[in-house]
Design a protein around this ligand. Sequence first.
Ligand code: AAT
Length: 281
Amino acid sequence: MDLWYTEKHSDNVGITIKTTKTLFSGKSQYQQLDIVETLEFGRMMLLDGLVMVTERDEFIYHDMITHPALFTHPNPKKVLVIGGGDGGSIREIMKHPEVELAVLCEIDGLVIEKSIEYLPTMASAINGSNPRVKLHVDDGLAYIRDHQNEFDVILVDSTDPIGPAVGLFEENFYRLVFSALKDDGIMIAQSESPFYHADIQKSMYHNLRAVFPIVEMYQAFIPTYPSGFWSFAFSSKIYHPTKDFDHDRAKNRNFKTRYYNEELHRGAFMLPTFARDNIAE
Ligand code: AAT
């Protein structure tokens, strides 16, 4: 029997996806984890009933949380991902040959374990086979406190600001990220939907600007996230995402990307007026 899964995106709107099978359902110390099979989007991972990733559209999110920073920073050697236990961000980071080490700090070991088991295309670089990858099961806030002046790029691949991710949207956390970055470091954080989450964006960008001299929003189209219109925050100590971006290095990359490209890199930072207004000072 087919079951229709619905995620409510507001009190009155939602997305509905036909599922054919539940592959895993269980509760960790932090959250409810479900992995289901769908007809349109392949396998889909839910945390507390909300869509985190699907096999069909994850390439968009993972291209866009990684490549803009890694093609702006001239020599990213050491990268930290906070959250992202499915491994999709680490897989994309590994495509950059100059990266010597990527550290994944995910709070929930069950997400990592079940992603390796059920989402192997995403988890291909976190299954223990890659010597350039290190895994830590820990709260990102706790991990970052013990690290100073260490990373070239930090990606905050987190859940929405509820439960364990609340602290990852606060000024105090951004100060710790700033200290954990080297003098020319860059941080990217997923920053919700400009269409539905204006309030979250307003406070998040306010907090980021209190800490980083350069803060720019960029956008991507992600069909299974609320409204399909999603965003990321680019925060940086010295490099500007379009002025300092190395167009030729991105153009001549020796790997394939299905969403990101050197033209889109610039275009993604061009925002519709209502999105710009969300984060106006
Ligand atoms: N790669 C896209 C998937 C995610 S999931 C985000 C991950 O962040 C989850 O596995 C969650 O367990 C982890 N997480 C939450 N809080 C913390 C924390 N404090 N420290 C470390 N990891 C944490 C992103 C989905 C975006 C959803 C948009 N609707």
